[in-house]
Write a protein that binds this ligand. Sequence first.
Ligand code: TMP
Ligand code: ZN
Length: 423
Amino acid sequence: MAYSSLSEPVGDRECTLCKSDDLAVFLSLGPMPPANNFLEGGDLYEEEGFYPLDIYVCRDCSHMGVLPRVDPSELFSDYVYMTGVSDTMLAHLDGLAETLYDRYLEDVDDPFVVDIGSNDGSLLAAFQERGARVLGVEPADDIAAAAEDDGVPTMNEFFDGDTADRIVGEHGSPDLVTATNVFAHIPDLDAVTEGMNTLIGGDGAFVFENAYLVDLLEGTKFDTIYHEHYYYHAVRPLVSYFDRFDMTVVDVERLDIHGGSIRVYVEPGAAARSDRVDELVQLEEDRGLDDIGTYQQFADDVNDIRQDLTALLDRLKSDGNRIVGYGAAAKGNTLLNYCRIGPDHLDYIVDNTPFKQGRYTPGMHIPVKPPDHFRAEHDDIDYVLLLAWNVAEEIMSKEEAFFRTGGEFIIPIPEVRTVDTPP
Ligand code: TMP
Ligand code: ZN
């Protein structure tokens, strides 16, 4: 597997947040294709793009991220993830709109909300229902068009300072700017933060949600690392980062969503800070986030998962078992490529997303089939490797009949284990 044309890393090898060049690379998961680049059959013999996937921690501010920072146009223009297809996500976004409306918009005349990376408009629709004026910014063409069709005004572009100026000029300064699972998807973070500052002016607020580094490290969720996620945020490095822009992290909450996330509230100037910010900064210190040993331990745990999983699959195959995968999630592609698990191990991967069915997983080229295909022959399948472990209960409950045939699930994260009864 050769590296194909490497995109220029955006920015040098420096910490995105504090600009230090003292980065410690403690784990290399690549070469790795972009995790959402599912292939058509005709593409299988074309050259595929592979990039290194190196994980660093900044020795100065403990910020964690990946290198290289692959050009976003290669990752997001043909984006396949739609927020609104998951009931869990929709309920979550509705709750977010409710909380933020109460906190920031209730007493405002003609409240105006801008969402960066607004996807299919699900979050903004929840603000519209509560009476706010809204505007989305979303670079993926199809998804932006879908949002417009649903009545959510959307600018189809990548957000930067220029976008911010145009929004303020045409619509005025928003009272609230949101970004869910976006603040990790931006290679040139400073340009976006400056744009954000322009947008909220002197009295707006910026609230974003992202996966939380503490949860990632503690659950050994290394498979959630892929090129789309340039950064893995923790509170302490963010506090100093926003300081640089004369903004304050005023509050922060931990959330269960996406395997453990944080919701970060940022306001302009030197605003008062809730105790919850200091509590999480302390928690991060207690958990050793500023100690390189913590990251080395994580890398060892990741390596153990690879060894245990490949040893188990090799043994099961040599005993004549049939194995398939379940859930062609992006994170599954990190796991499969890093552990080099391909069609020799897994006959196919079951997934209910129509767009993925009939395609092949990037890198390891395992075919994706609909659940009915699996159900029609599950008597002949012995093991299922659960790649979408974040929805383990939902999937195992749906496949109760497979357990009755004597089938077992293999769950790889946080440690490799088998399950022989439904939840
Ligand atoms: P996610 O980690 O992005 O939520 O991905 C979960 C994947 O699992 C997604 O590709 C859809 C698939 N899936 C099923 O095939 N069946 C299911 O019942 C559920 C909940 C998800
Ligand atoms: Zn740093």
